[in-house]
Design a protein around this ligand. Sequence first.
Ligand SMILES: Cc1ncc(COP(=O)(O)O)c(C=O)c1O
Length: 393
Amino acid sequence: MTVPQPPEPIPGARLLFSLDPAVSHLNHGSFGAVPIGVQRAQQRLRDEMESNPLRFFTQGLVDRIAHTRRHLAGFLGADPDGSALVGNTTTAVAVVLQSLGLRAGDEVLSTDHGYGAVSLAIQRECRRTGAVSRVLPIPLAATDEQIVQTIRAGLRPGRTRLLVVDQLTSATARLFPTAAIVGVAREHGVPVLVDAAHAPGMLSTPVASVGADFWAGNLHKWGYAPRGTAVLAVAPQWRDRIEPLVVSWEQEAGFPARVEWQATLDYTAWLAAPAGLFTLRSLGVDRVREHNAALAAYGQRVVGDALGVPPAQLPDPGGPGVALRLIPLPAGTATTIDAARALQTRIGERLATEVAVMNWSGRGWLRLTGQVYNTADEYERLAVRLPALLAQR
Ligand SMILES: Cc1ncc(COP(=O)(O)O)c(C=O)c1O
């Protein structure tokens, strides 16, 4: 089989970023990268804030936040009145968990593809309330139908108070059939929280079409927003029950303002987030999506070939548009979380290449991303040098 051709580069795109040119940045998924124009937009807002802090905070900031929220929600296909800006997906998950009023005997259901910090949050809320956390194992190669079936069989109506599923998983780069999962859960009367940390900017699925009770996604990954920008979308029946983590002056205003206003904070990331979407739109949202997904697929193939992984054994993301791809590492590599972290650092230091090394289901995986600032030769160089590094152990 021939390796697919990489996509045409997007001319000049690399120059929009301040990334170190001596490094290949093949892990946009973990912390994103903020375009220079967006960094400047945030700096201008900070300058404004520092020129007169009292005026910045007391005259119109709440309205500016609401205006920004409407803009971001519009892009995501979310209800602007049912969406709140929050600092990150982790915060959104915490807000939802502590608003549910879990009690002893209740259960929170999730899958073994879930994000580690989200699992920790579920465990802590269960410990605090006497509820139970149950995790459903789902094989990496499961079809959409099998995923929905497994979840359907795992629901315990009357006991399962929340199902948490990822729209696109972090550790396994797998697109979950979230709309179908939400449909099944709804039939059983189980609310669903969709962890969509990677969705904004990468997936074209409008939030409303997922139909979840709660949906949380980061703008600071694939939406080019400054870090600290995420959206929590909440279905109408839950909005009055959503409590902020920190009670502040907008408490009586209800959702979403009470969740957004968290006292004296630097809100400039949110206000600058539309500049991230402007960058994405200027490049062409669909063009960027197609480019990134095709480049990640190319990277998966060339690095997979170099490690001797047959194409059929390279995990398929399960749908179009996904710019994260997994490659299984040789047996015995990155078999613990610590070993995975150490290998990731070693690849960064020795090969000047930032990647994600995952430990999932007891084995090691390399996760590569594609972004407009990447070029095919960065994956090709990694493919040439990685086997020798892995052989060193
Ligand atoms: C699936 C998933 N959920 C949640 C998060 C947490 O995002 P944040 O650190 O912005 O809260 C991530 C981060 O990579 C993620 O991949």
